[in-house]
Structure formats: structure tokens, C-alpha cells
Ligand binder design. Structure first.
Ligand SMILES: [Zn+2]
Ligand SMILES: [Zn+2]
Length: 348
């Protein structure tokens, strides 16, 4: 069986250390690929630290994987050895329920549901292990093709951060003539600005402070606002057709809803940890919608990668070594990363 070097955490209060894990020998329709880079998503941190409930330890997180195919099963038709590939937040689903048939595998309603890339039980009954490792075996239908023009380190974060923003921006029709605000300028937010601008929308950033304004404008925003300034919400009343919030900390939904135009939508993809109070009159007074969205299906993820290649988009990353993961987690929580840490598995 293929062996992978990995970084695992042993408990919610533990820290990451180097270890080895076993991967499956690829079955007839599976692909074994060498992971070259793996992004660090804030979800990895919430999961590893037990903030979203008990995790399966030892845990190898990582759901932004980019690499190169090492070996393919005898019936694999979609990929060949040497292809540049990626895997995002899930590695399997039932393939036959209504949601899977509609290309919404992230909402699989079949037995076992969506099989997440880590902290989940696979079809073989064993815990899944994610991208902080040197290789992985995945069913070909859940593997994405990374366009040649996108460097692998900058491609990795597209597999979660990219699709998490692309999917709602497309679903709620960001484009020419639409005013879109992205709340939060982190790993998710910076991709949201780039993608919404490439879709042709007029893009504003709503951040806590003005400290990332120059970057926001470079990414394609034409307006930048700080919630720390007292009159921001008043100034932005009924300003946007669509607001996408990427904030995972405490969020004032009612104030943000006030910035949405009549018939507009506020979409949350940031998953605040605590329940958020909602004043329903903020919806009724302007026929506003409040919605959520979670990554995207396989076909849409491929579409997003191709869109990014076509428009010259990728993530802005800082490449780190395996030994840096513990420190990187603290820096992500402190919003010190610009804008995604990506682990170079060659350092394992
Ligand atoms: Zn993620
Ligand atoms: Zn399904």
C-alpha cells in the first residue's frame, strides 16, 4: 500500500507532528496522486481544535489539495500519469441521489451522504485523511483538473476558498450592472473580490478596518469600507444587490441586511460559530433574502478552475513548511496571513 508522510494532530489541544499514514492501492476507477501543495483553510482549524464538535483523532486536515498523478487504476479514463490535479472538500458521495444527479454532490442525500476529505468515514469504513500529506487515492469522478496556467501553490486554495465564493456569486448572478459587497478580506474574501470583479460586477469590500484597502483595490474592488467607522452602515443603506459574508467571527446580520437593496440577497458562507440574532423586519421591509451556500459540486468546481484560468485569477499565497503549521494556525486566527497559507509537502 502507498505510504504518505503526513502532519497529524492528536487532540483538540494538541499540536501537529510528522507521521506516516497508509493510502489505498488505487482501485480500477481511482487515481493516486502526489500532493505538492495543500492550503490551510479556517475550517481545518475549527475542526482540528474541536470547535465544531469532537473530531476523529489523530486528524490529518486539508481540503485544498493540488498535485500530480502518480498512478491510475485500470479503468480510469479521465486522468493519466503526470496530469495536474486537485481535490477539494469531498472525495466521494452516493452518485445517484437527486442532489448528486443535479451536480450538487456537496448536498448528497444518499446513504452516508457526502464523504468529506477529512474527519469523516469513507466507504471503506476508515477515517478519511486530508491534504497535509504527500499522496492520496481518490475516485476519478471527485478529482479536478488544474489548468496549466495556474501554478499549483496558487491553485490549491481555489479548491475550497475559490469555489466557496464562485458558487454563490454565480447562483445569485453577480455580473455587469450588479453591485456586490464582499464582507471580510481573508482567504475566502480575497477570492470573492477577484471572482466577482472578473464576472463584471461592481465590487465593494466591507472589512473591519481599512488596513487591507490597497490589496482590495488591487484585487478588483472599486470601493472599500470599514465597519469600525461609525457611519459605514448608514452610508451603505440599500446599496447592494448581493452581499456575501465570509466572516466566521461575530456578525451583525441586521446591519448587513440594511445594506441590501430591495429584492437583494445576503449570503453567508462564513459560518459564525455562535447563533446570530435576526430581526425579521430587516427582510420584510425590502423583500430581502438571507441565504447560505456551501462550496460547490464537482462540475461547478471544474468550471471555476477554468474560469480562473481564463481570467488569470488565482489565490495570493504564502508557502510554508510542515513544521510551520502550528504557528500558521495562530496567525490565521489572528488574521495575519496574506491571504492563504499553503504547505509545501516537499518539506515533509
Ligand atoms: Zn475550506
Ligand atoms: Zn448523493
Amino acid at each position: 500500500m502507498p505510504e504518505a508522510i503526513a502532519y497529524a494532530i492528536g487532540s483538540a489541544t494538541g499540536s501537529f507532528s510528522r507521521t506516516t499514514i497508509q493510502r489505498r492501492e488505487p482501485g480500477p476507477t481511482e487515481v493516486l496522486f502526489d500532493i505538492v501543495f495543500a492550503g490551510i483553510c479556517h475550517s481545518d482549524i475549527h475542526t482540528a481544535r474541536g470547535e465544531w464538535g469532537p473530531a476523529i483523532y489523530p486528524l490529518v486536515p486539508g481540503h485544498e489539495l493540488a498535485g500530480v498523478v502518480r498512478q491510475v487504476g485500470s479503468e480510469v479514463t479521465k486522468f493519466a500519469v503526470g496530469d495536474r490535479v486537485g481535490v477539494g472538500c469531498f472525495v466521494d458521495s452516493c452518485g445517484s441521489c437527486e442532489q448528486c444527479e443535479a451536480g450538487l454532490e456537496q448536498f448528497c442525500e444518499g446513504e452516508g451522504g457526502t464523504i468529506w476529505t477529512y474527519n469523516c468515514l469513507g466507504r471503506d469504513g476508515l477515517p478519511t485523511a486530508g491534504g497535509y500529506s504527500t499522496c492520496i487515492t481518490v475516485e476519478q469522478d471527485y478529482v479536478l483538473r488544474i489548468p496549466d496556467s495556474i501554478p499549483l501553490d496558487q491553485a490549491a486554495p481555489l479548491l475550497c476558498a475559490g469555489i466557496t465564493l464562485y458558487s454563490p456569486l454565480k447562483h445569485w448572478q453577480a455580473g455587469p450592472g450588479k453591485r456586490v459587497a464582499i464582507v471580510g478580506m481573508g482567504g475566502l474574501g480575497h477570492m470573492g473580490v477577484r471572482i466577482a470583479a472578473a464576472m463584471g460586477a461592481e465590487v465593494a469590500v466591507i472589512s473591519q478596518t481599512m488596513s487591507k484597502e490597497a490589496d482590495g483595490r488591487k484585487f478588483g474592488a472599486t470601493e472599500y469600507y470599514a465597519t469600525s467607522e461609525p457611519d459605514t452602515y448608514k452610508k451603505l443603506r440599500k446599496s447592494f444587490d448581493l452581499i456575501v459574508s465570509t466572516v466566521s467571527g461575530d456578525l451583525d446580520l441586521n446591519k448587513l441586511l440594511g445594506c441590501v437593496k430591495v429584492d437583494g440577497t445576503l449570503v453567508d458562507v462564513g459560518l459564525p460559530e455562535h447563533p446570530v440574532p435576526l430581526r425579521v423586519s430587516m427582510l420584510t421591509s425590502a423583500r430581502r433574502s438571507l441565504a447560505g451556500s456551501q462550496i460547490g459540486g464537482i462540475a461547478e468546481t471544474q468550471e471555476m478552475l477554468d474560469f480562473c484560468a481564463e481570467h488569470g485569477l488565482a489565490a495570493q499565497v504564502e508557502v510554508i513548511s510542515g513544521e510551520d503549521i502550528n504557528e500558521a494556525y495562530d496567525k490565521v486566527v489572528a488574521s495575519k496571513v496574506r491571504y492563504r497559507y499553503v504547505i509545501d509537502t516537499a518539506t515533509f
